[in-house]
Design a protein around this ligand. Structure first.
Ligand code: SF4
Ligand code: SF4
Length: 189
């Protein structure tokens, strides 16, 4: 039985190979594998990724409280965050000054990232978003470390939020306006 299954599998593989090599059929056996293949000839041909594809992660600075949850939960330990506390003006006149956390460093190393999406899921403040952008390969592996500014730039490529199906039990994310994607370094929030 096992041998029969193996023969069937080899038959399927053989037929697929012939269809790929000779897309016009064996009556006109002119090899044209690039036409018969199901893959595309990237980078000459580019397919549009689906809207919610996990291409790259964008960081919305204003929402990040430097809570470190994403860095702690990342299974690859490829998120590096440093921050400090600073005083912000009181909410009301006469009130106490507030303490706010500021980002000093927020890097993601895409040479290590396995695109699991845990960081985006666990962020309690909607500071991380998936973008379908995928064209950021680098000749030098060290250049796959994206710093806070580069991660903020990816926010420009995050697609519009699509409304959930009626009846879905979800919280609405605090989506940033395009003009608020990046807070200047050192600015008071
Ligand atoms: S997608 Fe997964 S591996 Fe990549 S940075 Fe986020 S938690 Fe880490
Ligand atoms: S991105 Fe989200 S989880 Fe990560 S430190 Fe900022 S607020 Fe916390």
């Amino acid at each position: 039985m096992r041998g029969l299954g193996m023969l069937k599998g080899m038959g399927v593989t053989g037929r697929t190979m012939l269809r790929t090599l000779f897309p016009d059929g064996l009556r006109k056996p002119v090899p044209a594998p690039s036409r018969g293949a199901h893959t595309v000839q990237y980078p000459h041909v580019k397919e549009a990724p689906v809207t919610r594809a996990r291409g790259v992660i964008g960081l919305h600075h204003d929402n990040c409280t430097v809570c470190m949850l994403c860095a702690r939960e990342c299974p690859d330990w490829c998120i590096y965050i440093e921050g400090h506390k600073e005083l912000a003006p009181p909410r009301r006149p006469g009130g106490k000054p507030r303490q706010r956390a500021k980002i000093d460093r927020f890097d993601i190393d895409y040479a290590l990232c396995m695109y699991c999406g845990i960081c985006v899921e666990v962020c309690p403040f909607d500071a991380l978003f998936w973008s379908p952008e995928f064209e950021y390969s680098e000749p030098r592996i060290a250049d796959l470390l994206h710093d806070a500014d580069r991660l903020a730039d990816w926010m420009e490529t995050v697609p519009e939020f699509e409304t959930y199906e009626p009846g879905a039990n979800v919280k609405q994310p605090k989506l940033p306006e395009p003009s608020q994607h990046r807070a200047p370094r050192g600015a008071t929030q």
